[in-house]
Design a protein around this ligand. Structure first.
Ligand code: 2AM
Ligand code: CA
Length: 278
């Protein structure tokens, strides 16, 4: 299964769909948004998330009836294996930004074949910037081909991390992260994991860390980062799972390594790290 797929063609279709999705969102950005909460008061979903996911999943199914889809809002398939072609879709990544800021949110599409990343697209909806990759053919910011990432150093790193994780929280001991943050040049937080991963691929952030993501949040980002020689794993260095989610650490190779080592040192010192919490 999956042999002889023309990934350039898949990319072109996905690009036309993601741009159409972006137009639909942008056209109605000033309309009232119906917001609901999901797992917590801060976990938001809107009619737009559902409408865009339905649009994308219909396009994929029409064109590729034998492909599988994992997506956030329930229009995807129940998938428990990586065989065949798998689309990881987030219709709106950064829904809180979409609702509160009307900017800094993205549509994210990652396509995998037997677990290997092939095609990735992240559209910054309001700016129209597209971060995109076809494996082996380079990663791009719009028409600009992205260079390979340097090793990087923690002492010179701009680190993407949300303040949540350096304050009291259930998942990671803030004492693990504080010395890491102290070593970096500074921190940034944008509120869209997909965009933050795109920024790492572009070299604008040197690393990005979070304790809780789902596969659709990082499906496209990993393919971009891999193409430019960046590294990704769970926060403590274990390999990521494309179907499961959890903590995510991506970065330039040297910066990623330095952060993993400091997190592992914290764990060896008995600090807590619980990423399996619901
Ligand atoms: P979302 O907007 O698609 O939900 C915000 O810090 C980033 O984390 C966004 O990319 C957001 O994606 C993601 N995120 C927020 N809550 C999450 C949760 N409960 N599980 C997984 N990812 C989450
Ligand atoms: Ca989402």
């Amino acid at each position: 299964m999956g042999e002889n797929i023309n990934w350039q063609e898949v990319y072109q279709l996905a690009e036309s769909w993601i741009r159409e999705a972006g137009r639909i969102i942008k056209e109605t950005i000033e309309s009232p948004i119906h917001v609901e909460t999901k797992s917590s008061p801060d976990d938001l979903v809107t009619d737009k998330d559902r409408e865009i996911e339905r649009f994308l999943t219909e396009k994929i199914r029409e064109q590729f009836p034998d492909h599988h889809i994992v997506s956030e809002e329930g229009y995807g398939d129940r998938v428990n294996a990586l065989s065949g072609v798998l689309w990881l879709i987030d219709p709106i990544d950064g829904t809180m930004n979409f609702v509160h800021q009307k900017r800094n949110f993205a549509v994210s599409i990652g396509v995998y074949e037997n677990g290997v990343g092939r095609v990735g697209l992240i559209l910054d909806v309001m700016t129209g910037d597209l971060y995109h990759v076809v494996k082996g053919q380079g990663a791009f910011f719009n028409e600009h081909r992205l260079p390979q990432l340097h090793a990087g150093e923690l002492e010179k790193a701009v680190f993407g991390i949300n303040a949540t994780w350096i304050n009291a929280n259930r998942r990671i001991d803030p004492e693990i992260l504080r010395p890491i943050v102290r070593k970096t040049r500074g921190t940034r937080s944008y509120g869209s994991a997909a965009l933050e991963m795109a920024y790492v691929a572009c070299g604008w952030l040197d690393a990005y860390f979070t304790m809780r993501l789902s596969p659709w949040d990082y499906g496209a980002g990993l393919i971009l980062i891999e193409e430019v020689g960046g590294v990704f794993s769970h926060a403590d260095g274990r390999p990521l799972d494309l179907l499961k989610g959890g903590s995510v650490l991506v970065g330039k190779p040297g910066v990623h390594k330095a952060i993993v080592e400091m997190i592992q040192a914290g764990l060896a010192n008995g600090k807590y790290f619980r990423e399996e919490l619901e």
